[in-house]
Structures are given as C-alpha cells and as structure tokens.
Write a protein that binds this ligand. Structure first.
Ligand SMILES: Cc1cc2nc3c(=O)[nH]c(=O)nc-3n(C[C@H](O)[C@H](O)[C@H](O)COP(=O)(O)O)c2cc1C
Length: 161
C-alpha cells in the first residue's frame, strides 16, 4: 500500500561514508515502519524499492562523493512492504578542512505532477537495465536532459515547483 508524506513533514537521515545510517528522525522511523535500533548502523538500502533504477543511485553517489548536492525522486519500501515516494536533497558533510565525513538527506513530499513524469521514466530505465545495464539506463536520463536543455538537478527541481 502506498503511504503519502504529510505536506509539512520532512524526513531526515545521516550516513557514514559507506551509506550506513548514523541518524534518522522520528518521521523517518514512522514512514519506514522501522524502530530506531533496526535502522542505526544498517545500510541505507534497507528501504530500497525494486522500482528504483540503479542508474539514479549511481548518479546520486557520483555527485555526493564529488561533494555536490543532488536532488532525486525516490520510492522507498517500508518494513511491512508498504511504499512511499519522497523528493530528496542529498549532500556531503564536510569537516572544517573540507574532508568528507558522511552524507545527509532531507526529504519532503513530492509534487504529484513531478511523479507523473518520473514514474514512466523510471519504469523505462528499469526495463532497459534488465537487458542492457546501467549505462543504457543512464543514457535514457541523459537524453531527456539533452532534449530539455537542462542539467539533472535543474530538471528535478523544476518539476517539483
Ligand atoms: C544520505 C543518503 C541517503 C540515502 N537515502 C536512501 C533512501 O532513502 N532510499 C534508498 O533506497 N537509498 C538511499 N540511499 C542510497 C543507498 O545508499 C543505496 O545506494 C541504494 O539504496 C541502492 O542500493 P543497492 O546498491 O544495494 O541497490 C541513500 C544514500 C545516502 C548517502
């Protein structure tokens, strides 16, 4: 069953450099239907949903490891096999010397119109990933960006408005 985020809520988590959860807020636990003990130390893919293209996570990791922020629409799976969509902003956490020390993500409710664009796009990407791999799936995304003349983050933010 789909769970819908509240308009005014934000879901927060922090991870170490490997993507293991080091912090999550109460709204995260409520939405994901996990207890804090189950989440702390667990890899963030604990809530991975099969409808998420691998290419989106690759892009996400490429950007944050490069200390760039990234925006993404993500569908997650809860402990009880429910699902929920988020609009996420993921950033690198740096120490005072600029060294990477972890990652941080804040999510809010995605715009319904954005999901109308994202759902068929992800479905196409996943289909292609099954036979042709992540490279071909990334190409689908890049082709959309080229057609629109936009950068990835630019498009993702534009459709949330
Ligand atoms: C700060 C941060 C937050 C993340 N949040 C999520 C998330 O909410 N859902 C998710 O599926 N992956 C999230 N990821 C990505 C996961 O680490 C992982 O790359 C992804 O689930 C794909 O897992 P897989 O490589 O096992 O397929 C996050 C990563 C970071 C660094």
């Amino acid at each position: 069953m789909e769970r819908i985020m509240d308009e005014n809520d934000f879901i927060v988590s922090k991870t170490d450099l490997k993507g293991n959860i080091t912090y999550c807020n109460k709204i995260f636990m409520d939405m994901a239907e996990y207890e804090e003990e189950e989440l702390l130390g667990a890899p963030h893919n604990i809530i991975r949903h099969k409808d998420m293209p691998r290419a989106v996570f690759k892009l996400l990791w490429d950007k944050i490891q490069n200390k760039e922020e990234v925006f993404a629409y993500v569908i997650n799976e809860t402990k009880n096999k429910n699902e929920y969509w988020v609009f996420a902003n993921v950033t690198a956490s740096l120490d005072t010397r600029g060294n990477l020390i972890g990652y941080y993500s804040v999510r809010r409710k995605p715009n319904a119109k954005a999901l109308e664009i994202i759902k068929p796009l992800y479905a196409k990407m996943i289909e292609v990933e099954k036979t042709k791999g992540v490279g071909a799936s990334t190409k689908i995304l890049l082709d959309v960006l080229e057609e629109k003349g936009m950068e990835y983050n630019e498009l993702i933010i534009a459709i949330q408005k």
